[in-house]
Ligand binder design. Structure first.
Ligand code: NDP
Length: 399
């Protein structure tokens, strides 16, 4: 039915591409374009033979003109940006120039500052509106499904939501002393930044990993989790009426924290370039090069993820608590698409968001976060495409 240009060929893109190929009625033709064409060709070789026609191309998505040329030659209905957050604005510029719809899974970050905010992308609102095209921001799991869960809770379960705690637990074990489950550079920038949460109309800042809680996750068990800043806090604080506090917690094991602190202490997580043998290198980029590639963790990761949102609010004048979450098994994901659950839980929602935009169930002119869309079709598709959700009407709350 339609054509999608997918930029990036890493862990998340691989899952989204597998899922697009399982859905040829919607994705009749795709172009996989990335910095390293060989990775696109590898994916094509794996997936060719189905009903989705696959093309590949090399592109430097930091270069708007290259992206424009590629869009003009392929003429997609939608560009799915699964490269890195650094490329968001150049790709959005190319979409504006060619009047093409846009979707991504992570908000823009400048390369030289670990700063996560929607301001840069929200600034495109009027231009996308005037061009009559749609940009859907942050359509992975978190952000992504967490926003859809929030919109669903607001629509069906509450008159007003007052508190949201987003809990992201990864009970997976890959057997390495230290590795990250998605792009190490992006992951470590996120975790070593100050924590932040939103309460009573303002942001409260914490030191990195300063606030710790324990939680007993269904099918994952008792875990330490730490308060982090995460980008959906910004959009949900704006889009969920009546919200008083919103926080985000992610689980980390003791070994991960110890390695991270050690790497930080010796300067390996810094993003400030240093001279090394006459060359400028960024320590964190060098660290990425020596750490296991997240795409290689699939065969060796066992265990489950449990990611969801606990809502507290009011319905019909009564206080109400509600927990919506998904449990995903690393090995089941690997058997299905050759990836671990972190890439899976991001790539599947990206395909679902893309499908809803391609078939017109989600439409609009301007820049949108997922919680601004009708959650019902997305919730139904999650159950069909491998990320079924569960509900708990009496959840343990986080203090
Ligand atoms: P990977 O590092 O595995 O893949 C990134 C891909 O982008 C690689 O194929 C890389 O090419 C390509 N790329 C990088 N720079 C460019 C460029 N200038 N031009 C063209 N292609 C480029 O990352 P992941 O797949 O783990 O993550 C992808 C995205 O998903 C990230 O933005 C990440 O933040 C986001 N994410 C979102 C989550 C969510 O729940 N919302 C969760 C996890 C990730 P090359 O092969 O040459 O390196």
């Amino acid at each position: 039915m339609g054509k999608a240009l997918i930029i990036g060929a890493g862990g998340v893109a691989s899952v989204a591409i597998h899922k697009c190929c399982q859905n040829p009625d919607v994705f009749s033709e795709i172009m996989i374009a990335s910095r390293t064409k060989a990775r696109c060709d590898e994916l094509k070789a794996k997936l060719d033979g189905g009903r989705t026609i696959i093309h590949t191309a090399q592109v430097d998505a930091d270069n708007t003109d290259e992206v424009i040329a590629l869009i003009n030659s392929f003429k997609p209905d939608l560009v799915i940006n699964l490269a890195l957050p650094y490329q968001d604005l150049t790709i959005m510029d190319a979409c504006l120039a060619t009047k093409t719809n846009y979707l991504d899974t992570a908000n823009y970050e400048p390369l030289d500052t670990a700063k996560f905010e929607y301001s840069w992308q929200w600034a495109y609102q009027q231009r996308f509106k005037d061009a009559g095209i749609m940009a859907l921001l942050g359509c992975g799991f978190d952000p992504g499904v967490t926003g859809v869960f929030s919109a669903y809770a607001a629509k069906h379960h509450f008159d007003e939501i007052h508190y949201i705690d987003i809990l992201d637990a990864n009970g997976g074990d890959h057997g390495y002393p230290f590795a990250t489950n998605f792009n190490p550079e992006i992951n470590i920038r996120e975790i070593t930044s100050n924590g932040r949460y939103w309460e009573k109309g303002q942001w409260i800042e914490t030191a990195p990993l300063e606030i710790k809680r324990e939680y007993n996750f269904a099918e994952v068990g008792q875990k330490d989790m730490y308060l982090l800043y995460h980008e959906e806090l910004e959009s949900l604080a704006k889009n969920i009426n009546g919200i008083k506090r919103i926080r985000f917690f992610m689980t980390f094991g003791q070994s991960y924290i110890t390695h991270l602190r050690c790497l930080e202490n010796v300067g390996m997580t810094s993003i400030v370039p240093i001279k090394f043998q006459g060359q400028d290198i960024v320590p964190l980029q060098f660290l990425k090069a020596v750490l296991p590639d997240p795409a290689s963790l699939g065969p060796r990761t066992v265990g489950k993820t449990n990611i969801g949102c606990i809502f507290q609010g009011v319905k019909d004048g009564q206080p109400k608590n509600y927990y919506l979450y998904n449990i995903c098994d690393h090995q089941e994901c690997y058997r299905e698409v050759g990836s671990q659950a972190i890439s899976y839980t991001t790539g599947v929602p990206a395909m679902i968001g893309a499908m809803l935009m391609m078939d017109g169930r989600w439409k609009g002119a301007g820049v949108f976060n997922v919680e601004e869309m009708d959650p019902d079709p997305f919730m139904a598709e999650l159950n069909k495409w491998g990320l079924p959700w569960r509900e708990d009407f009496n959840p343990t709350l986080v203090d």
